[in-house]
Design a protein around this ligand. Structure first.
Ligand SMILES: Nc1ncnc2c1ncn2[C@@H]1O[C@H](COP(=O)(O)OP(=O)(O)OP(=O)(O)O)[C@@H](O)[C@H]1O
Ligand SMILES: [Mg+2]
Length: 212
């Protein structure tokens, strides 16, 4: 499947909002779900996944797995969703192809877990008939040209933990994601570039039921 069923664009202003978005999504994911995260170094993929882990109620400690390709975070009996899915966190940055992905046997854990793949685009789509794609980008204008004479010159991309706006584009593919996830008002990372479902599911593009 090449065309997404829907696309939503969210603006997040802080790392905390990115985290909260992940937590809100983690609260409603199911075993078997596949998330493909795309975004440049430091875009916030791991920050988002940390929130996701919290919403799933899995063992904490989500990090950018620099040398470890896959980390499994088991669901905690005293977490947010006892008995819910585990989190399998993959960094596919160094994996060149779908064939190398197959070597790490994600199929084994897929059905009982939520599988999140940083740098997964073009590498993991074959693992499931459905997937949620998230593109994290520094919002337009976040790279502020430093005025001449201030010393640093050039583009000033933040390299520390300072909050910067990000735009997160979600796209749903396959029967699992005929409908977009709904975010509660509390976790709503407003403002959004598009209407959000605060007004109810009726604001969503009318989905077409597909049973096969
Ligand atoms: N709005 C924001 N959303 C997410 N992170 C933000 C935001 N503003 C600032 N940050 C900071 O940007 C950094 C994002 O780092 P993170 O490790 O999540 O990125 P990444 O996409 O996983 O990078 P990598 O490709 O290196 O694994 C953190 O230091 C975070 O505090
Ligand atoms: Mg990362």
């Amino acid at each position: 499947m090449t065309a997404p069923a829907w696309e939503r664009t969210l603006d997040v202003r802080t790392a905390e909002q990115t985290h909260a978005l992940g937590a809100a999504l983690g609260a409603q994911l199911e075993p078997g779900d596949l998330l493909v995260l795309t975004g440049e170094l430091g875009a916030g993929k791991t920050t988002f996944t940390q929130g996701l882990g919290e919403g799933l109620g899995v063992r904490p400690g989500v990090i950018s797995p620099t040398f470890v390709l896959v980390r499994i975070h088991p669901n905690l009996p005293d977490g947010a969703r006892p008995g819910g899915p585990d989190l399998v966190h993959v960094d596919a940055y160094r994996l060149g192809s779908a064939a190398e992905i197959d070597d790490i046997d994600l199929e084994n854990t897929m059905d009982s877990s939520v599988t999140v793949v940083e740098w997964g685009r073009g590498r993991v789509e074959h693992l499931s008939e459905s997937r949620l794609e998230l593109d994290l980008v520094r919002s337009l204008g976040a790279a502020v040209p430093v005025p001449a004479g201030t010393g640093t010159g050039g583009l000033d991309f933040d390299t520390d933990d300072d909050d910067e706006p990000r735009t997160i584009v979600l796209r749903g593919f396959g029967p699992r994601w005929v409908n977009p996830p709904l975010f509660s008002a509390a976790a709503e990372p407003l403002p959004a570039a598009e209407p959000l479902p605060g007004a109810g599911p009726g604001t969503m593009p009318a989905p077409t039921e597909r049973n096969s």
